[in-house]
Ligand binder design. Sequence first.
Ligand SMILES: C[S@@+](CC[C@H](N)C(=O)[O-])C[C@H]1O[C@@H](n2cnc3c(N)ncnc32)[C@H](O)[C@@H]1O
Length: 275
Amino acid sequence: MSETEVAPPGVDPTIPSPARLYDYYLGGTHNFRVDRDMADKLQAATHGDLKDAVLANRGFHVRAAAWMARHGIRQFLDIGSGLPTQNNTHQTVQAVDPATRVVYVDNDPMVGAYANMLLAGDGTTALVIADLRDPDALLASPRLREILDLGRPVGVMMTAVLHFVADDAGPWDLVSRYMAAVAPGSYLALSHGTADKMDPSAIRTGEDLYARSTSNVYFRSREQVERFFAGLELQPPRQGTRPAVSYAGLWGAEDPSAADTDGSRAIYCGLGRRP
Ligand SMILES: C[S@@+](CC[C@H](N)C(=O)[O-])C[C@H]1O[C@@H](n2cnc3c(N)ncnc32)[C@H](O)[C@@H]1O
């Protein structure tokens, strides 16, 4: 996006936002100078691991969506979906079955401004601008109800979004409420930033910089990420492994030794089935 371009209505181009930062990390153009400046500082503070982490996270998102589609899931709720990118969720899952339905949810007005680029345009997809911290309002959305039948299994995706939700907003309870609202046989694909393996000074820089964006970031431990899967049947990250939360690069990796990079260890992920 050029400097002279006017921000869409409701978008403040002077404060970085997680959706625009992520777009820039992924090589997109729906971002402003403030986003690129902050992202470049973070990239320098992490010695390049940030970009690696983002690519590993997006790789997990796409592989988990494809896995659920191959396992018969025909409707998806992608919460904290982000801006349009390559391999949007509906493109990934509709490659398995073109009739698959996808509802995207995000609270950033920039995502709303680019909704047309995100959607399939054939009635199988919709975008709801809503805050995941209000599950009753989100789940009651008429657009969501038009597209999804919550009485049948849903692939709920909450990738790289819950680290923008503070403990006092009850992220574990929120996840439980979404999973209680969907039918048995539904899945949860979740990824989350962690400081467990990262340089503490890079983590502090990340927390300080995000505090000046539209959302703070809250890194969580492996044990805290595992708690998101309470009551669900965690799936093995790869064939021949035990069910577990894993690093993002490793989940579904064809070549685990190549995928297990330093940056990918900044993101935990897992896939759980609602029994
Ligand atoms: C880092 S991006 C992740 C995009 C995508 N899920 C992925 O993993 O590739 C996080 C997204 O979550 C959105 N987000 C953050 N807090 C949110 C909230 N409380 N409700 C809805 N969306 C939120 C941001 O606007 C951003 O688009």
